[in-house]
Ligand binder design. Structure first.
Ligand code: SAM
Length: 202
């Protein structure tokens, strides 16, 4: 059965707020993380690739993962249209599956964490999927009152994130915080944060 993301996929890129959030995230990551040229990047909850395709000229490889067939269809069409060898995507549901171990230098995830019920599980799986010294970059809603999504709360598991709580979850699961700030205001009211954490040495 089609979920809400399948149905939204073909018009997803038309909303300027989504594009602006993705662009701000990309810019912040490029400013804060040096030398990403040889990086293998995972974009988790990649959607149509608004974040992924912003790194095409900057990293070695890009993998998009998402559980929505509709989103992956649009993502794959972009790979074809731009004839890109270094980008691929695959269907993956973080609620049911692990991520490949020791495989990525950078995991980015934009506006997806609030759709994942077990945030700690995601962060712990991301840690295992990163190579030594790798980075996890999260862009999402700061704590909000539940009005960001309007009436349609299908798939919404969190009304944003409290900075202190998310910082603790990251630190308790093998990360050191490099950067954590609100970087954008969506719909003139909802702060969007960018958190960048580095895998601690074990
Ligand atoms: C708000 S969209 C963001 C998409 C994209 N990152 C962007 O910035 O445009 C959230 C994405 O997370 C995906 N998603 C939600 N829950 C998921 C899960 N449990 N496993 C994998 N993907 C999931 C959805 O299919 C959707 O594409």
């Amino acid at each position: 059965m089609a979920n809400k993301f399948d149905l939204l996929a073909h018009t997803w890129d038309k909303k300027s707020t989504r594009v602006d959030i993705a662009q701000t995230f990309i810019k912040t990551i490029k400013e804060k993380i040096p030398n990403i040229k040889n990086f293998d990047l995972l974009d988790y909850g990649c959607g149509t690739g608004l974040v992924s395709f912003g790194f095409v000229d900057d990293v070695r490889s890009i993998t998009g993962m998402d559980f929505s067939d509709g989103m992956l269809e649009v993502y794959n069409q972009k790979i074809k249209d731009y004839n890109l060898d270094s980008v691929k995507c695959e269907k993956h549901n973080i609620n049911d599956n692990h991520l490949p171990q020791n495989s990525f230098n950078l995991i980015v995830t934009s506006m997806t964490l609030h759709h994942i019920k077990d945030t700690t599980d995601f962060i712990s799986k991301a840690n295992i999927a990163l190579k030594d010294g790798g980075y996890l970059a999260i862009s999402d809603l700061d704590k909000e009152d539940g009005t960001f999504h309007g009436e349609n709360l299908e798939g919404v598991e969190h009304f944003g994130f409290d900075k202190d709580k998310l910082t603790s979850t990251l630190e308790e699961n093998g990360f050191e915080i490099i950067f954590y700030e609100n970087v954008y205001i969506a719909k003139e009211h909802y702060p969007i944060f960018c958190a960048i954490a580095q895998k601690s040495e074990s």
